[in-house]
Design a binder for this molecule. Sequence first.
Ligand SMILES: [Zn+2]
Length: 250
Amino acid sequence: MKQKEILLSIPPKNLNGQTLKIDHSNDHCDCHDEDDFGDAHLLTSLDTPLREDAFAISDEDKIAKITEHFKEIMNILGLDLQDDSLKGTPKRVAKMYVKEIFSGLNPANKPAVTLFDNKYRYNEMLVEKDITFHSCCEHHFVPIYGKVHVAYVSSGQVIGLSKINRIVQYFAKRPQVQERMTVQIGNELKKALKTDSVAVIVDAFHMCVSTRGVQDVNSSTITSFYSGIFEEENKRNELLQYLSLSAGKG
Ligand SMILES: [Zn+2]
């Protein structure tokens, strides 16, 4: 992606899952109005803000309830739900929310990870780049999409490469803020791989920026998570060098 980039870096003190608090006393704080809050893409917590009873009802009940509510939204917009093209939409949207694009809210859908011994004694960093993801901006409920690059150094055990993709997809499939998604993937990989040395870089387009508000179609947003060995500048540079290489060229 060769777009103009907005670089967001998360201070290391926030990397361990502590809650980020927004300081409302700051004169420049612009989160007093809900439009400004969304456009500023502020986040209040590194955990997805879920209620305790989030999974008290079944997926089927959720689909039934969302169907009714989405029907109501379409009704209010003045759409004719008798039209053949529209009448199935509320249920389709409800199923898509619960079973697909927001399925990562439910811990039951978290990928199970099996660790293998690092028999090859490979002690260098492993980089998996260009993992495509689609998520959803929690402020506007429109897509965020792009690439995730992940690197880690094994502590003696490894996981199947496809599991890294699955962990990325699990955290993408929920209403998100890009900074939070980056840290959630990083923290989960640290736990799953039993290593401190994990890096995650996310390069994403936000449709709420390209199709509304400032309507900037070219800007992408980069966020990063560096932990363990990746806190050293030379390791970060090595990683960034790998990321600049095209697949197959080495
Ligand atoms: Zn947004």
